[in-house]
Design a protein around this ligand. Structure first.
Ligand code: UT7
Length: 319
């Protein structure tokens, strides 16, 4: 028995902010952003859009693609670091939006790796027979916690949500997931504000990143986890059809593809259009490639992500 991705969905905010827009507000250039990151534009929430509304949009698309309705869903897991409120958790808030009652609903926080963590947890529920229609989501509005005057970070991030529905299947679906974390790196990428720091901290805090140090560790770590994933499944690089990497920086993506000996034609790339949407980036990239017909049923996919914590993880999936 496997858990299989029965449907995918995504939701992006209406408002698009281009590199040219950012040139007007911070000391940056379209050329710097493109060459250093690959990003050309990103979507940013406005007019009442929130992590919850984006998750709802992505969830509804994924449910429709899977051919299931709210009454069928028996588990909700939302990966996010930017929930609408501290509690009820984002899973419950989404459950209410979707009109679902009674099933377990929770959020988990693993920064940019949140979706891979959520997928792995959802996989265990399906494999143990506890879920037949698990809604797994990564949703984020990092624009709410970025300093829009800090050119080192504000040009990088975007908002969005991506979702999948997992169902039990006798045919191969998720073959393995691999999760890791090392809190020793907590000071390289963080948002400090929070309950433990006092009620007033959040307003004065913003995402902080030692970009080039994160870059170095990310390249090495992602190189290692793709090897770990292939080895665990006794597969070689040539068995892969698609790499669906976390969309933080085109240079990191290229380095991982090179390590795998994969052509960039086999790599799903959305960083140019979405920026770094943290935990939403992998499920949104998956949905883009499924909907535009690049990824087909039966293709072998390697999903991977890396983020604050540090956290990192991968999933090998027969789509
Ligand atoms: O998603 C979670 C994981 N996150 C990541 O994987 C992100 C990893 N890191 C990165 O992607 C890259 O490190 C960045 C894109 C964040 C930065 O690229 P970099 O090539 O590492 O640049 P840098 O931080 O070393 O900065 C190079 C220069 C600096 O100027 P000096 O000191 O050389 O004069 C920066 O001040 O670029 C400057 N700079 C900018 N210039 C124009 C930094 N941000 C900007 C900007 N526009 N927006």
């Amino acid at each position: 028995m496997y858990s299989r991705i029965a449907g995918t969905g995504r939701c992006l905010p209406k408002k698009v902010v281009t590199n040219a827009d950012l040139e007007k507000t911070v000391d940056t250039t379209d050329e710097w952003i493109r060459t250093r990151t690959g990003i050309e534009r990103r979507h940013i929430v406005s007019d009442g859009e929130t992590t919850g509304s984006l998750c709802e949009g992505a969830a509804r698309e994924a449910m429709a693609a899977a051919g299931v309705g709210p009454d069928d869903i028996d588990l909700i897991i939302v990966g996010t670091t930017t929930p609408d409120q501290v509690f009820p958790n984002m899973g419950c808030l989404l459950q209410e939006r979707l009109g679902i009652h009674g099933c377990p609903a929770f959020s988990l926080e693993a920064a940019c790796t949140g979706f891979i963590y959520a997928l792995s947890v959802g996989d265990q529920f399906v494999l143990s027979g506890k879920s037949r229609n698990a809604l797994i989501i990564g949703g984020e509005t990092l624009s709410n916690i970025v300093d829009w005057n800090d050119r080192a970070t504000c040009v990088l991030f975007g908002d969005g949500a991506g979702a999948v529905v997992l169902q039990p299947s006798e045919e191969a679906g998720i073959l393995s997931t691999h999760l890791h974390a090392d809190g020793a790196y907590k000071d390289l990428l963080y948002f400090e504000g929070g309950v433990g720091k006092g009620r007033d901290t959040i307003a004065g805090c913003a995402v902080q990143m030692k970009g080039n140090e994160v870059f170095r560790v990310a390249v090495n770590t992602l190189g290692a986890i793709v090897e770990e994933t292939l080895e665990a499944n006794k597969m070689t690089r040539s068995d892969l059809d698609w790499l669906i990497p976390h969309q933080a920086n085109i240079r990191i993506i290229k380095a991982t593809a090179k390590k795998l000996g994969m052509s960039m034609d086999q790599v799903v790339q959305t960083v140019q259009d979405h920026g770094n949407t943290s935990t939403a980036s992998v499920p949104m990239a998956l949905d883009v490639a499924v909907r535009d017909g690049q990824i087909k049923r039966g293709d072998m996919l390697l999903l991977e992500a890396f983020g604050g914590g540090f956290t990192w993880g991968s999933a090998l999936v027969r789509y």
